[in-house]
Design a protein around this ligand. Structure first.
Ligand SMILES: Cc1cc2nc3c(=O)[nH]c(=O)nc-3n(C[C@H](O)[C@H](O)[C@H](O)COP(=O)(O)OP(=O)(O)OC[C@H]3O[C@@H](n4cnc5c(N)ncnc54)[C@H](O)[C@@H]3O)c2cc1C
Length: 854
């Protein structure tokens, strides 16, 4: 394992990229406990599978439920549970986790582990992909029996308050009356830390996990339930020595970070904000924010870029790295072959205020992603974007992006592509099936029955991208400032005019206070990512009324802008992501490379090739991605839907690494399904409506795409379809696959602050206009993935950088603000002009449609 703190991520996402998971059957197996007679529906995880760090055997896991007699007609909040968890050692030190809602985030998590002859348990809660905290709601676990032997531990227990949860107002449930529940499981071989004390237990990343729909049949509910539940008399608390809580971190409104634990309290004060003002304050140093900061500073504007997270790349002072990079200026973020470490250990890197995976470090997604880098397909602009953002408008911007970050499909400096056996197996089939090989970034519009080697933004064998280009030139200018470890809490505004932003330290060295823009002409640009920018708008009193009410009821409430100044816009709607559908094949020629092992223990030849020559397999993104291939599906609704397939040399869905490949299908341009992002009263964002497969033609496109692929590969000798297998129709495979963000997301979230001409204040769908300006304001802009109206052909980061280049053109062409003279209009329900008044005048409301400088 790595050289710094690990944590649990119970149920990591599949896709961009990508962590193995093991499949289990949804169909229950009835199990009757011989000692108590309790009858359970159980679900069994297979005994072997492939996971990170070269681990190949887990020994299996079995989870069961017995419900109250009416549990199949009335939603139960409690159950009797059965958990059998394997260990790979004779001393049985590992742990198992069950998500009682399915995903890791925003579900009640139950963790169990053996200690000193007993089984200890803890209820936990995770708001993001970081260390879970103790659950503070009302769940109790009382044991019926437990056993520990050299290979397994087994626990029978009564779980009350376990199927409906409430963590600080974030509520949810797993209804049993649907005759199925969604469950998640995880399994780790290493023992947790502080194993003696459930209230302060911490744990390393698990090796395997999955999510599944567990069918409840008539055996699940039983008239003897109460009698059985009465057998639960043993409350096992462990030995905490007075400890009652795990460490928690809070940030006070005065800008102080306080970390408290049972043993220590540490306080980090923010650095007071200096008095300087800026022409532009840009919030978020990711794919959108960095290029924009460079362009605006190049134009002579004073620019402050505020990033919540710490530096990532070594170039910017990042320090996180495996031992073998010690003594170099490289970090884990710089070495392409280590990119999947985000799925193994994301503590201090992943955002903790969203239930999705996002990078909260300098570089944002471009620091943690797999670096796939695509010249935009012109039709994506023409299909999705409004006037002013069509392909003819975007081509100059795209040209500038690719002149600075050309990318390469041969990332090794020696020009060799390594371990291409998997690529060759699939490419030979696609070719025989009539698909054409292309160099993707030479012909960006050829995305139908074509395949290619994978282009990356990498340069010189390292990650490269915006941090190695735009940020370097920005940083050389005296009119550019970068603050890291500083979170923007909200914008400060008077009506529709923003005067500055309120910041608080995310860590030591971060700033606290209010930083202002240049009076009258200054502007604020939010580039905090799909969830981050939407959250900032909500915290600034801009969004749907129901969401602003949630913020009002949160810790922000007392200092939130008055509701008379709220701006009603559809923030959070139009949420979209590529819908991911995994398929798996195996072939004897395929050769697996263990990128996870390369973290601790890289192959000596590969290490020296990389260190000495920036060559070899470690210059390619984990887990050996390619080929990439594309298909277009014409729907009965007249819409052509774009599919991108990403193949990788790695098993999934329970198929072991070795000879297997996973082919992930992304449904992109043309998809009509949309979801919604909302905020909780603890100010975390959640995907409350999934954007996947809400439309029947979206589903049919996914099905047809798999059939087309099967057809293309049908003549590849010795190729075995594992998922869907030969006995499963594609229709059954797709229709029966769980639709959860845990297994269907691609981490390509867009759309929560849609760009458009239909002003959201008047019932339209747009949050920003075609200058990227937030409706109802005169100097607040959003430039990041959140403004995309719909999804694109490929992974989106190059498109986001291109949007930033184009936004620069649009924003810098806007007239400099002038405050309104006496009697000038300064506000109103559909007003799009200046919201400022000249000195001595006040913007005075006449009615909702009209305010005047008086
Ligand atoms: C694991 C993973 C793999 C991916 N793989 C690929 C890939 O291979 N190719 C590809 O094209 N795309 C990939 N993507 C998607 C791509 O990286 C994102 O779509 C892209 O980075 C989004 O750009 P953005 O500017 O909208 O936001 P981000 O790049 O996420 O930047 C937002 C920044 O804002 C900061 N921030 C947030 N809130 C605040 C605040 N309140 N105050 C201050 N700062 C704040 C964040 O810390 C972050 O640095 C991947 C994404 C993930 C998560």
């Amino acid at each position: 394992m790595g050289c710094f703190a690990f944590f649990v991520t119970l149920l990591l996402a599949v896709s961009s990229y990508i962590h193995p998971s093991l499949a289990q059957s949804s169909t229950p197996t009835v199990y009757t406990d011989p000692d108590t007679g309790i009858i359970f529906d159980t679900w069994i995880v297979p005994a072997t599978g492939s996971g990170a760090s070269g681990v190949t055997t887990y020994g299996g896991l079995k989870f069961g439920m017995a419900l109250p007699e009416d549990g199949l007609t009335t939603d139960a909040t409690e159950f009797i549970g059965y958990l059998q968890c394997a260990s790979n050692s004779s001393i049985a030190t590992g742990w198992c986790g069950i998500s009682l809602g399915g995903p890791m985030t925003n579900s009640l998590l139950l963790m169990a582990w053996p200690y000193d002859g007993e089984i200890l348990t803890a209820f936990l809660w995770a708001t993001g992909y970081d260390t879970p905290v103790q659950y503070t709601g009302d769940a109790t676990l009382t044991q019926i029996s437990s056993t520990v032997n050299s290979t397994h531990f087994t626990l029978l227990f009564h779980c009350q308050g376990c199927l409906a949860w409430d963590q600080d107002g974030a509520t949810g449930s797993n209804p049993t009356s649907d005759s199925a529940v969604v469950l998640g499981w995880s399994q780790a071989i290493a023992a947790p830390s502080n194993p003696q004390c459930p209230a302060s237990v911490t744990m390393a990343q698990h090796e395997a996990q999955s999510i599944f729909g567990a069918v409840l049949d008539s055996n699940a509910a039983n008239p003897s339930y109460s009698e059985w539940a009465a057998l639960a008399t043993n409350t096992v608390t462990g030995a905490c020595g007075g400890a009652t809580a795990t460490p928690t971190t809070t940030v006070t409104t005065t800008g102080t970070v306080t970390t408290t634990s049972t043993t220590a309290t540490a306080t980090v004060s923010g650095v007071p904000v200096p008095t300087a003002t800026y022409d532009y304050i840009i919030v978020g140093g990711g794919a959108g924010g960095i290029p924009l900061a460079d362009k605006l500073s190049e134009a002579g504007k004073s620019v402050l870029l505020i990033e919540k997270g710490p530096p990532s790349s070594g170039r910017w002072g990042g320090t996180l790295k495996p031992d073998w990079l010690d003594g170099t200026n490289l970090t884990r973020f710089d070495v392409p072959g280590l990119c999947n470490q985000i799925w193994v250990d994301s503590a201090g890197i992943a955002c903790t205020d969203t239930d999705q995976m996002a990078g909260c470090v300098l570089g944002g997604g471009t620091a943690v992603n797999a670096g796939l880098w695509w010249k935009p397909n012109p039709i994506d602009w023409d299909y999705n974007f409004p006037t002013g953002w069509k392909s003819t408008d975007m081509s100059a911007a795209a040209g500038r992006v690719f002149s600075r970050i050309p990318g390469t499909d041969h990332p090794s400096m020696d020009g060799t592509l390594y371990l291409q056996q998997g690529f060759n197996v699939l490419a030979s089939g696609l070719k025989a099936g009539g698909w054409a090989e292309i160099t993707a970034n030479s012909v960006p519009d050829q995305k139908n029955h074509t395949y290619a080697h994978t282009p990356y933004m990498f340069s010189n064998g390292e990650r490269g991208g915006p941090m190695a280009t735009y940020l370097v030139s920005a940083h050389a200018r005296s009119n550019f400032k970068l603050w890291t470890d500083t979170t923007v809490k909200r914008v400060i505004r008077t009506g529709g005019h923003i005067t500055g932003v309120e910041v608080e330290p995310q860590a030591a060295g971060g700033y606290a206070g209010v930083v202002n823009v240049t009076p009258i002409s200054g502007r604020v640009i939010l580039s905090a990512g799909t969830f981050g920018s939407a959250k900032l708008l909500l915290r600034s009193g801009i969004g749907p009324a129901d969401q602003l009410a949630v913020v009002k009821g949160s810790s922000d409430g007392p200092t939130m802008i008055s509701n008379s100044s709220w701006i009603t816009l559809p923030v959070g709607y139009n949420l979209e992501d590529h819908t991911n559908t995994d398929t798996v094949i195996s072939h004897p020629d395929v050769v697996f490379y263990d990128f996870y092992e390369a973290w601790d223990n890289p192959n000596a030849t590969d290490e020296s090739l990389y260190m000495d020559k920036r060559s070899g397999i470690l210059t390619q993104a984990a887990p050996n991605i390619g080929p990439m291939f594309w298909d277009e599906i014409s729907g009965a609704d007249g819409i052509v839907r774009q599919l991108q397939w990403t193949a990788r040399v790695e098993g999934s869905l329970g198929v072991e690494n070795g000879k297997s490949m996973t082919m992930s299908q992304y449904l992109g341009r043309g998809a009509t399904s949309r979801g919604r992002m909302t905020i909780t009263n603890s100010l975390n964002t959640v995907v409350s409506t999934l954007p996947y497969l809400n439309d029947k033609n979206d589903v049919l496109a996914v099905i047809q795409g798999i059939k087309n692929l099967q057809d293309a590969l049908k003549n590849v000798a010795n190729l075995t379809w594992e998922f869907p297998d030969a006995d499963t129709s594609v229709e059954d495979y797709v229709n029966n696959m769980l639709v959860s963000y845990t297994n269907r997301r691609s981490n390509h979230w867009i759309g929560a602050n849609k760009m458009g001409t239909d002003d959201g204040r008047s019932g339209g769908s747009a949050v920003v206009d075609t200058n990227t300006k937030v409706y109802g304001t005169d100097n607040l802009f959003v430039v990041d993935a959140s403004i995309f109206p719909g999804h694109v052909t490929t992974n989106p980061s190059s498109y986001i950088v291109t949007v930033a280049e184009r936004a620069y053109e649009r924003i810098s062409a806007l007239a400099t603000a002038t405050p309104g003279a006496k009697f000038a209009q300064c506000d109103g329900a559909t007003w799009t002009g200046s919201f400022q008044c000249a000195d001595g005048l006040t913007c005075t409301m006449k009615d909702v449609y009209y305010s005047q400088c008086l």
